[in-house]
Design a protein around this ligand. Structure first.
Ligand SMILES: [Zn+2]
Ligand SMILES: [Zn+2]
Length: 445
């Protein structure tokens, strides 16, 4: 029974996907190899900064396709270059890493891998973010581009970046000379698969694509003592409780309505026993924002509130507020994003390219963009179109990236990824480098 028009529209759009996705012969030709690489990578995932076998597999494929390959750039990173005359230099990036997640998809090629993490603990490993699909796509794209050198000119740089999940791999490659030992790109491209869109579709987000992410640790100092004699102590647990509640007023009372900001206290540690008042409490926060001015406003408010709550309770010392990790939002130059809409529509069909609002997770692709390289980061549909339509109709959510159940609909998603990447690269690898000067890499205030 049809309960709303949405499922009909979705069913219609998925039949359109089938009708419109006349996958070009050049993509079909490379697909079997890309698909078997996908299965292999999925079954053999490696944790962040330990992607040695993964990187070696990619390096081998790029070499076979005729690229000049350099390994061990910023750890396990790889750089593959194909020169094809004068013209722009364009970079396409994939991540290499998987996550400490136990796969529960039940797929025949599900990962059963366990390994030791950096703390020496046994952990399961799974490509729960879909980076295996990005890698299979980039290898397929590498082959198509190598086979069709008359359709583009310039320098194509493909990179395999380690340690995206732990935020550090992009910076590591830059520090190891990504943009000095190798040609600096005029623009950089990446995509990410997810269940927010059905397979066969892509979405474009001109401007800010995702969030600034900041990790903040607050240590509140009190005065410990007997749980039965609170009057002789300054209880840091009570200060922490009040601080958490006051922190929740930053978004609701201080940030301008409509501006995006999230403050989550995801960790709180204090005390050892019910009848002991400890002398300190520690909290871990994640802060997400789109705009830089809102980011600075929120972090300043967190510091102000933490200090004021401690002072109000008569704490013997100001709390320590440490900003210990952060990555900036990925910025898509709007003019560059709009330029790439046409080639994507031509390749995938007009109805399979939509505009989407920014997302809340974070990503270290911003490190490349901040080196003055205009970026285009777009989203690739990964959901089985049928399941997507059913989930929309029932109001449920399909498993998100990082879920033990995350399983993209590989056939349509991987075909679309290769098709989309080739279309974008061919559009960018025309004319000269000069044309890219007009695309800024930072948002206008
Ligand atoms: Zn991820
Ligand atoms: Zn990811």
């Amino acid at each position: 029974m049809i309960r709303s028009t949405l499922p009909v529209l979705l069913a219609l759009s998925s039949s359109l996907i089938c009708a419109q996705t006349q996958v070009p012969q050049e993509v079909e030709a490379v697909y079997p190899d890309a698909h078997s690489l996908y299965l292999d990578l999925h079954e053999h995932p490696e944790l962040s900064a330990h992607e040695t076998q993964t990187a070696a597999k990619l390096a081998e494929q790029f070499r076979k396709a005729g690229y000049e390959v350099t390994e061990h750039v910023g750890g396990t990173g790889i750089v593959a270059i194909l020169k094809n005359g004068a013209g722009p230099t364009i970079m396409l990036r994939t991540e290499l890493d998987a996550l400490p997640v136990e796969e529960k998809t039940g797929l025949p090629y599900a990962s059963k891998v366990h390994t030791k993490d950096d703390r020496g603990q046994d952990v399961p490993v799974m490509h729960a973010c879909g980076h295996d699909l990005h890698m299979a796509a980039i290898v397929g794209t590498a082959e198509v581009m190598a086979h069709s050198k008359s359709t583009w000119h310039g320098t194509l740089i493909l990179i395999g970046q380690p340690a995206e999940e732990t935020i550090g791999g992009a910076e590591g490659m830059i520090r190891d000379g990504l943009f000095t030992r190798f040609p600096k790109p005029d623009a950089a491209v990446a995509l990410h698969v997810g269940n927010e869109l059905p397979a066969g579709m892509v979405s474009i987000t001109p401007g800010i694509y995702n969030t600034n992410s900041d990790s903040v640790r607050i240590t509140i100092y009190g005065k410990g003592g007997h749980g039965a004699s609170p009057h002789t102590t300054v209880d840091p647990i009570v200060i922490a409780a009040r601080t958490i509640l006051t922190l929740q007023t930053i978004v609701s009372r201080e940030v301008k309505p409509g501006e995006m900001a999230v403050i989550t206290v995801g960790q709180i540690h204090a005390g050892t026993k019910n009848n002991i008042i400890p002398d300190q409490a520690e909290m871990g926060l994640t802060v997400r924002t789109y705009r830089q001015d809102v980011r600075l406003q929120v972090i300043a408010a967190i510091k102000r509130i933490a200090k004021a709550e401690a002072a109000a309770a008569g704490a013997p010392r100001e709390p320590a507020v440490e900003h210990y990790e952060g990555t900036d939002a990925v910025y898509n130059n709007p003019a560059l994003a709009e330029r790439l809409r046409a080639p994507l529509e031509a390749a995938l069909g007009k109805s399979n390219v939509i505009t989407a609002p920014p997302i809340t997770p974070s990503e270290d692709f911003s490190f490349f963009v901040e080196q003055g390289v205009p970026g285009f980061y777009f989203s690739l549909g990964g959901a089985d179109p049928q399941k997507f339509a059913e989930a929309k109709a029932s109001g449920e959510h399909l498993p998100s990236n990082h879920s033990p159940l995350f399983a993209p609909d590989v056939d349509p998603a991987l075909h679309t990824a290769i098709d989309a990447e080739v279309a974008v690269l061919r559009n960018l690898l025309q004319g000269s480098s000069e044309q890219f000067k007009k695309y800024g890499s930072t948002p206008q205030p």
